[in-house]
Design a protein around this ligand. Structure first.
Ligand code: TYM
Length: 332
C-alpha cells in the first residue's frame, strides 16, 4: 500500500477550500492507502498565535477531521508537535535547502507582501518542515489544493538532494494528489482570489457555519448587474460563484444557470439562493457531527493519543535510519 501524508494548519475553523482541496480526499483515500493525517500546529507558529488560541484551534481541527469522516481505525490522526522527530529531521534537511530557492517560493513571496513586518526564518523554511512531514513517513501521495503544488515540488527536490549527497536511494518522490482531473482551487466569496482566512472572514464559508450564516454570506457575495449580450464571458466574481456551484451543486443545476447566464436571463438573487441552499446541504453532514464529537472529550483524547503512538513509531524508525546515513553516532 502506498503511504499518504497530509496536514492542515491549526489556524481556525476549516472552510470549503480546506474541505474540497484536502479533507474530502482524505476521507476517500483512507479506504485505499496507508494514511497519516495530522494537524500542522508547528507550521501555524509562523503567525504567533497566543497559547490559548493554539490549543483551542488544534482541538477544533481534530474534531472537524473526525466530523468529516476520517476514521481513526483506518487512518493515523495525529498532532504534529506530538511527534517531535519531525523537528530533528527539519534540522538535517535545512542543511541542504538553499536560501535562493526558499526565497523564490510563491507562498513565501505572497506572505512577505501581505505581512512585511513578520518575515521570520520559520516562514522562509516552511517548505522544509512541510517536506519533513511527508518524508518522515515516506509518503508518496499528498492530497492538497492547488496552492501547495510548488511545495510538493520542493519536497521532491529536498529528498532527491539528500539521496544524491549521501548516495542512497532513501527518500521516495511525493506528488500532490486529487481525485479530480486537476488540483482544486476554491475561490472566495469576495470576488477575487482563493477562499482563505487571509482574504477576510467574508470570503470564507466554514464547515461549522449555521445554515443562516451561510445564506447571509452568499447573498452578500459580489455579483453584478449581469450580462447584456448573449454568451458573454463571465467577470471574475461571477465565474467564482459558478466555480463554487460546480463543487456543491448537481450538474443539472449548474447547467441550468449557465444557460440562463448565456441567454442574459439570469437573476443573481435566485442564483445565489440556490448556491446557498446547496452549500447548506453539502456541509450538513459534517456540521451536524461537529458539536456531537466536540462534546466527547474522552474520544478526542483517545484518538490523538493513539495517533501519536502510531506516528511516533514510524518517525523513530526514519530518524534512526537518517542518523545512520548521515553518520551521527553515539560514542558511548
Ligand atoms: P493550510 O492549512 O493552508 O491548508 C490546508 C489544505 O487546504 C487546502 N486549501 C485549499 N484548497 C483549495 N482551495 C482553497 N481555497 C484552499 N485553501 C486551502 C490547501 O491546499 C491544503 O491542502 N502547508 C499546508 C499544511 C501542511 C502540509 C504538510 C500539507 C504542512 N505540512 C505536509 C501536506 C503535507 C497548508 O497549506 O495548510
Amino acid at each position: 500500500k502506498e503511504t499518504v501524508v497530509s496536514g492542515i494548519r491549526s489556524t481556525g475553523k476549516l472552510h470549503l477550500g480546506n474541505y474540497y482541496g484536502a479533507l474530502r480526499n482524505f476521507v476517500k483515500m483512507q479506504e485505499e492507502y496507508n494514511c497519516f493525517f495530522f494537524i500542522a500546529d508547528l507550521h501555524s507558529l509562523t503567525t504567533h498565535p497566543t497559547p490559548g488560541d493554539l490549543g483551542r484551534t488544534v482541538r477544533e481541527v481534530v474534531v472537524e477531521y473526525l466530523a468529516a469522516g476520517i476514521d481513526p481505525e483506518k487512518s493515523t490522526i495525529y498532532i504534529q508537535s506530538d511527534v517531535p522527530e519531525v523537528a530533528e529531521l527539519y534540522l538535517y534537511m535545512n542543511m541542504n535547502a538553499y536560501l535562493g530557492e526558499l526565497e523564490r517560493a510563491t507562498a513565501f513571496k505572497d506572505k512577505v507582501r501581505a505581512n512585511p513586518d513578520n518575515v521570520n526564518a520559520g516562514l522562509l523554511t516552511y517548505p522544509v518542515l512541510m517536506a519533513c512531514d511527508i518524508l518522515l513517513h515516506h509518503g508518496t501521495k499528498v492530497p492538497v489544493g492547488k496552492d501547495q503544488e510548488q511545495h510538493l515540488e520542493m519536497t521532491r527536490t529536498f529528498g532527491n538532494r539528500f539521496n544524491r549527497l549521501y548516495q542512497v536511494d532513501y527518500f521516495k518522490e511525493a506528488f500532490a494528489f486529487t481525485y479530480s482531473d486537476k488540483l482544486v482551487k476554491i475561490p472566495g466569496l469576495d470576488g477575487n482570489g482563493k477562499m482563505g482566512k487571509s482574504n477576510g472572514e467574508a470570503s470564507c464559508v466554514y464547515l461549522s457555519d449555521a445554515p443562516d450564516v451561510i445564506r447571509k454570506k452568499v447573498m452578500r457575495a459580489v455579483s453584478d448587474s449581469g450580462p447584456t449580450e448573449i454568451n458573454q464571458p463571465k467577470p471574475e466574481a461571477i465565474q467564482n460563484l459558478f466555480d463554487l456551484m460546480k463543487v456543491v451543486s448537481k450538474p443539472d443545476t449548474l447547467s441550468h444557470f449557465e444557460e440562463l447566464y448565456n441567454t442574459c436571463t439570469i437573476r443573481y438573487g435566485d442564483f445565489k439562493k440556490q448556491l446557498a441552499e446547496d452549500m447548506v446541504l453539502a456541509t450538513d453532514p459534517v456540521r451536524s457531527r461537529i458539536q456531537e464529537i466536540s462534546n466527547d472529550q474522552e474520544y478526542v483524547q483517545r484518538v490523538v493519543k493513539m495517533g501519536a503512538e502510531k506516528a511516533s513509531e514510524s518517525a523513530r524508525k526514519t530518524i534512526r535510519e537518517i542518523r545512520d546515513i548521515i553518520g551521527i553516532k553515539r560514542l558511548y
